[in-house]
Design a protein around this ligand. Structure first.
Ligand SMILES: NC(=O)C1=CN([C@@H]2O[C@H](COP(=O)(O)OP(=O)(O)OC[C@H]3O[C@@H](n4cnc5c(N)ncnc54)[C@H](OP(=O)(O)O)[C@@H]3O)[C@@H](O)[C@H]2O)C=CC1
Ligand SMILES: N[C@@H](C=O)C(=O)O
Length: 269
């Protein structure tokens, strides 16, 4: 029997979107600690530059910065052009950047509701297509999409955000099937509440100490990718167990329970 070689991050080139803070920064740090070179993408250039300096110094890896606003539909194409100018061939793409506003759908402006669609869905599809196609032509590489436990059921008061995450989940699982045997892998990671700045835009009553740390979620995601998983649950067990409810109950019941929980967490404010 042929033994599949375990994936090794050492010496690879990984692009992480949303690397300026939170989970994306933790992914970049953990990847650098495992020997991967990095391309860091976000809007906050100063934070990315500071991180790049630290990664070069602490881990002796190459770390490049591309400042981009993924809420602009032309950004993914410009990122590809920057990579070509830098002469970088990517081994791994981590689509981590996302934005999500809680509150009542009709209390928010249309622009606020469309931003997550562009950042979380449109730009993710574009980067997956543009960079994944090069990997497919080469017959090597991989993509890790960051989803959410919110993808597994409709969530009132966080409706657009969780709908984009359901989109990312289904897209990733479908592409993982299409990509079988190509030499390119797709994994979707579904974290639960994680102690980052995400909740400054989504006020919640869940205490930070009850959330997973960004570092543990990053470590578990990258370990699952090495193991060859398609669907990774990098959070605590109760987060994963929560995703089973929608598989058992009627959809409307699931939606009603989820709306109740969302309200009790303060997302309707
Ligand atoms: N925290 C949590 O509890 C959970 C998070 N997730 C997922 O984890 C991922 C990371 O979230 P988290 O770290 O918590 O969130 P944060 O809000 O802490 O960080 C979000 C990152 O995305 C970047 N970003 C946001 N908008 C844009 C944009 N328009 N263009 C480019 N970059 C952008 C931000 O950079 P900048 O502002 O510099 O552009 C930042 O680096 C997301 O996909 C999220 O959905 C999933 C489940 C739970
Ligand atoms: N479901 C939320 C966290 O648990 C999120 O995706 O932000």
């Amino acid at each position: 029997m042929t033994q599949q070689k375990r994936f090794d991050y050492k010496g690879k080139f990984t692009l992480v979107t949303g690397a300026s803070k939170g989970l994306g920064k933790a992914y970049a740090e953990e990847l650098a600690a495992r020997g991967s070179n990095l391309v860091l993408v976000a809007r906050s250039e100063a934070e990315l530059e500071t991180l790049a300096v630290a990664l070069r110094r602490d881990y002796k890896v190459r770390a490049e910065v591309i400042q981009a606003d993924l809420g602009d539909v032309s950004a993914p194409g410009k990122i590809v052009e920057s990579l070509e100018r830098m002469g970088i061939e990517l081994d791994l793409l981590v689509n981590n950047a996302a934005v999500g506003y809680s509150g009542k759908f009709f209390s928010r402006s249309l622009e606020e509701e469309l931003t997550p669609v562009i950042v979380n869905a449109h730009s993710l599809v574009a980067l997956t297509h543009l960079l994944g196609k090069k990997m497919m032509e080469r017959g090597s590489g991989g993509i890790i999409n960051i989803g959410s436990n919110g993808a597994f059921q409709p969530l009132a008061y966080n409706a657009t955000y969780t709908a984009t995450k359901a989109f990312v989940l289904l897209l990733s699982e479908a592409l993982a099937q299409e990509m079988k045997g190509s030499g390119v892998r797709m994994m979707i990671a579904s974290p639960g509440p994680t102690a980052t700045e995400f909740f400054t835009q989504s006020p919640t009553t869940v205490k930070r100490e009850k959330m997973d740390s960004a570092q543990s979620v990053a470590r578990r995601t990258l370990d699952d990718y090495v193991r060859g998983k398609v669907l990774s649950y990098p959070g605590r067990f109760s987060t994963r167990a929560g995703t089973w409810i929608s598989r058992i109950l009627p959809r409307e019941t699931t939606a009603a329970i989820a709306a109740h929980i969302s309200k009790s967490m303060g997302f309707d404010r």
